[in-house]
Design a protein around this ligand. Sequence first.
Ligand SMILES: *Cc1c(COP(=O)(O)O)cnc(C)c1O
Length: 362
Amino acid sequence: MIPMIDLKKEFSDIRDDVLAVVSEILESSQYILGKKVSELETEIASYHGVSNAVGVASGTDALHLALASLGIGDGDEVITTPFTFFATVEAIVYRGARPVFVDIEHDTMNMDPGKIEARITKKTKAILPVHLFGLPADMTRIMTIAKEHNLRVIEDCAQAFGAALNGEKVGSFGDAGCFSFYPSKNLGAYGDGGMITVHARSIADIVKKLRNHGSAGAYKHEKIGFNSRLDELQAGILLIKLKRIDENNGKRRLKASLYRKLLSGDIITPVEKPGMDCVYHQFTIRSGKRDRIRGRLKDRDISSVIYYPIPLHMQEAVEFLGYQGGDFPVAEEAAEQVLSLPIYPDLEEAAIENIADIINNV
Ligand SMILES: *Cc1c(COP(=O)(O)O)cnc(C)c1O
């Protein structure tokens, strides 16, 4: 049996450190917004080369509060990709804003910057690119378009902690970078959690209020906010895992290059363009024989997942946006061909050889 990810093995490597920090936090009786959260915020800000980071309850909340802190709300339009996890779009809808999709690039499967300008209207307030599967979106072109049209940029970095473009970490290009610490993400907690990286202190201060009932403290409430705090236990555990993230992302890169070397030429493997530092949250191949490949892997007890089978413009929940099948053909074709294979830092080479053999035989 080969799983998509092996969190048990990862835990066994850091068990003593994790149990020690959990015990320390439980003894301290400071469970919400204490020292560990502040320490993690400082470390994550400096890791990304930004001045501020604010811990929140999830990646979805990171997106939601980032949009709110930048003043995006009722009637505004936010340009994004239809090929991502649903939360990207939910966050926009939470704000009363309208998600406006642009199709993806065939090779990177990220938002196609060449298609953004045609969708900009008087109501457009922001662009929300996603660094899907750990592969950076084309931030150089997206930032140029945003500057020209005076738009905000919120990066969805949920799948891309540690990824970089031309030496700069994703999450440091736009007005805000939004991260998820969902357990299966590259930097995963043992529960839910999220973080927003931001350059502007003023925006970070707004997020800090929004996550805590609109209050900076002392029961003085300046805004209607939310309960969206990262807890001390998760922050303490994440501080331990943060020390190993670069090493683990490096191991994922090695697994990805082995897959690439072993898989036959008929299989489309993830691109890596010059200047890109990808972190392989997923190793997603493409093939017209996707379903047969998936079946063969399943017969041998090897996991694989279709991320994502239905592009967001075709999801029932957002029917009210008025899109239909055929609107974004590149995303729709991707949804029919993609298959994500097992990848995690300690995935064995023999497993990759085995998986590649099965796929090549199909
Ligand atoms: C995981 C994920 C999110 C949401 O993160 P949660 O922590 O689960 O709320 C948002 N966007 C993308 C692209 C994701 O993969």
